[in-house]
Design a protein around this ligand. Structure first.
Ligand code: G5P
Length: 224
């Protein structure tokens, strides 16, 4: 039986995790789970957890580890039997340790994007709240300004992309990501990519994944 492939993508807000994750999911057929998108769906649905996480997300703060692991780990259980890619989780060492106790990751992609590029991208980002479709007024603008391409409904900006929340998110990222990056480096599964354009980084990620996934050993063990 082919071994299941488990990967995660890390990077500061606006680094292109979501954009690259969608390309990976499409090109390699992985199930893709975005923590940010899942949180925003919970907020929009006004679930009990949505009400709780809203107070953190709208201030650009990280949702506490125990809440994140309680939300994300059961979602992964539902993906049992599939290869998957995590976008935005784990984000702290405590989350990485909790994930590690259940699943061994095969690969972690870390994106290093200059601060000025991040700031520029996020202030230009608009989303279609119902579907999560993301637009950027320069990189991938909607066909009609301010409207979703598929439904024609209005686009909005996330509260956490507004300038005050954005600064807080960028500061937090640096502090909490370092021990996670060190952990995955020590496990020999970290691959870092630097640059200012997703389209230039993508071919390297594509070829890394092609290599890794085609050279995956078969696994006779029970898959988690
Ligand atoms: P999220 O949703 O995980 P962030 O802040 O980590 O949010 P974000 O903002 O979604 O990440 P991204 O996914 O890294 O960014 O980037 P993206 O959306 O693909 O690209 C950003 C923009 O740039 C888009 O408009 C895209 O079109 C454009 N773009 C991409 N490439 C290029 C390019 O080459 N050129 C140009 N010009 N544009 C480009 O998390 C949100 C919140 O949820 C909570 C936190 O509160 C967080 O702030 N949260 C967690 N809390 C605790 N633990 C966790 N694990 C959490 N996960 C989420």
């Amino acid at each position: 039986m082919a071994k299941l492939f488990r990967a995660a993508i890390m990077g500061p807000p606006g680094s292109g995790k979501g954009t690259i994750s969608k390309r990976i999911a499409q090109s390699f057929g992985l199930q893709y789970l975005s923590s940010g998108r899942y949180l925003r769906e919970s907020i929009a649905a006004n679930t009990e957890e949505g009400v709780l996480v809203k107070t953190y997300v709208e201030r650009g703060m990280l949702v506490p580890d125990h809440v994140m692991t309680r939300l994300m780990l059961p979602k992964l259980e539902q993906l049992c039997g599939h290869s998957w890619l995590l976008d935005g989780f784990p984000r702290t060492l405590a989350q990485a340790v909790a994930l590690n106790s259940l699943y061994q990751l095969d690969l972690v992609i870390s994106l290093n994007i200059p601060y000025a590029t991040l700031r520029e991208r996020l202030s230009d980002r608009w989303i279609h709240p119902a579907s999560g479709r993301v637009y950027n007024m320069g990189f991938n603008p909607p066909r009609v300004q301010g409207k979703d391409d598929i439904t024609g409904e209005p686009l909005i900006q996330h509260d956490d992309d507004k300038p005050e929340a954005l600064m807080a998110r960028l500061r937090h990222y640096k502090d909490v990501a370092k021990p996670v990056i060190d952990l995955y480096k020590s496990q020999g599964i970290l691959h870092s990519f630097s640059g200012t354009e997703t389209d230039r980084i993508w071919p390297y990620i594509n070829s890394l994944l092609t290599n890794k996934m085609h050279n995956q050993p078969s696994d006779t063990r029970q898959s988690q």
